[in-house]
Write a protein that binds this ligand. Structure first.
Ligand code: FAD
Length: 410
């Protein structure tokens, strides 16, 4: 059994640490800001098994110029961050080529194929129960053009084995009666699960890791591979030796990766939402507003409305007008959604341009393992990532992981 440092106490780091502890490793999780609210604490709470299509695709590239004209629309780029974002954006456009979209969808479908079973195993190992339920999810389209774009994406998902039913607006309203506004059509994904609260799950995992004396409030500044061990330099000033290191620090992983002399294209897709702890709207399942790039999900902590993509620095101040803009759009479909009583939040999705996380070993030093860049799917793929990382640490990597390697950025 090995001593393992896991850098990052978000959902990916904590799922991985819990899995490794259950396998008997001596694990330390380094989290510099346990009180902060990163993406893992406030996301929409979906185990989104249907989401196997990468974001970069020909349809998005066609729609993007129109979206970018709307300053509060589904896609925005912070202009002052544009120079830093340009390499990522160029790779994003290149990733939209049909053959690359197909390859990414195939790889994501493979990773997704065990996501649910891995969550169930993680829950068993961590003593959690009743925190996920099979709700299904509804994707509504507002217009004929929105329907055509969504249909193309659904055709791809169906080709990769995702079950789906196409519904008329009336059929969709039977599933979600609160949708009294006008829309054209809907797609129903029966195999979608929703968690009770992303924050509660993260806290439960952190407690379990803390019980093993393995959760440390410390920042990792740098990694120095030595012949016998990896030396982990912490913000407290000390250097601690470990047999293995897992980098799972969300978007901030890029600093440590670059410090190892590797290239990485990892940027932040900032997302916004509003949670109504006491919502008068009762949604039996999450509803995606496909033309507008956001979702409403019913969680134990309330109704959560949000999404959208704002490319920009993770350190820039939030622009909560985006959260308000999504509430306004939702009222077209659900007129009873209240303006008051919601809590706004912004989170930083750690995103690669091809929508595929980086899961694999450092090509120069296999003792260092990467687990970051999960974009819109970090909760969904956290347990599957944990299982694969454990296999990498044990020296028996799954050959299916090849497309997720950091080699694609070198
Ligand atoms: C609006 C929104 C909705 C979303 N909805 C969903 C959804 O429904 N389903 C889904 O699957 N995903 C969803 N996501 C995406 C998901 O939240 C992210 O992919 C996931 O949370 C990323 O987890 P992470 O652990 O990699 O990173 P983070 O949550 O960013 O955590 C990284 C942690 O590492 C710590 N850290 C970083 N560097 C260091 C260091 N050097 N030393 C010590 N600590 C460090 C940070 O402090 C942070 O706590 C959503 C995201 C947003 C923004």
């Amino acid at each position: 059994m090995a001593t393992v440092a896991v850098v990052g106490g978000g959902i990916v780091g904590c799922a991985t640490a819990s899995w490794l502890i259950a396998e008997g490793h001596k694990v330390s999780v380094f989290e510099r800001a346990p009180e902060a609210r990163p993406a893992s604490t406030g996301n929409a709470g979906l185990i989104a098994l249907a989401e196997v299509s990468p974001l970069a695709r020909p349809g998005i590239i066609t729609k993007a110029p129109g979206w970018l004209l709307d300053p509060l629309g589904p896609l925005a780029v912070r202009l002052r961050d544009l120079p830093a974002l340009t390499p990522w954006l160029l790779r994003f456009v290149a990733s939209a080529r049909p053959e690359r979209v197909e390859a990414a969808a195939a790889a994501l479908s493979w990773l997704m194929s065990t996501a649910l079973a891995d969550h169930q195993e993680l829950a068993r190992r961590s003593g959690m129960s009743g925190h996920m339920r099979k709700t299904g999810a509804l994707y509504i389209t507002a217009s004929e053009s929105g329907y055509r774009a969504a249909r193309e994406e659904w055709d791809e998902r169906v080709r990769h084995g995702v079950p789906m039913q196409e519904l008329t607006a009336d059929e969709a309203r039977k599933l979600v009666p609160a949708l009294t506004g006008e829309f054209s059509k809907a797609f129903f994904a029966p195999e979608s699960w929703t968690v009770s609260s992303p924050l509660a799950i993260l806290e439960a995992l952190r407690r379990r890791i803390g019980d093993a004396d393995a959760f440390l409030k410390q920042e990792v500044i740098a990694l120095h591979p030595q012949s016998r061990e990896i030396s982990v330099m912490t913000g407290e000033g000390g250097d601690l030796p470990f047999d293995r290191v897992v980098i799972a620090g969300g978007v901030w992983s890029r600093t440590l990766v670059r410090g190892l002399g590797l290239k990485i294209c990892l940027e932040t897709e900032r997302g916004y939402n509003t949670t109504y702890p006491k919502s008068p709207i009762d949604l039996p399942m999450p509803v995606f507003f496909s033309d507008h790039g956001f979702i409403a999900s019913p969680l134990a902590v309330g109704l959560r409305v949000g999404g959208a993509v704002e490319m920009g620095s993770p350190e820039a101040p939030p622009n909560y007008k985006r959260a308000a803009a999504m509430r306004k759009v939702m009222r077209r479909y659900v007129p009873d959604l209240p303006e008051e009583g919601g809590v706004e939040w912004m989170g930083c999705r750690p995103s690669t341009p091809d929508s595929m996380p980086v899961i694999g070993r450092d090509p120069r030093d296999p003792r260092i393992v990467f687990a970051f860049g999960h974009g819109h799917l970090g909760l969904t793929l956290s347990a599957a990532t944990a299982r694969h990382v454990a296999a990498l640490i044990a020296g028996r990597p799954d050959p299916g992981l090849k497309p997720f390697g950091i080699e694609r950025f070198q």
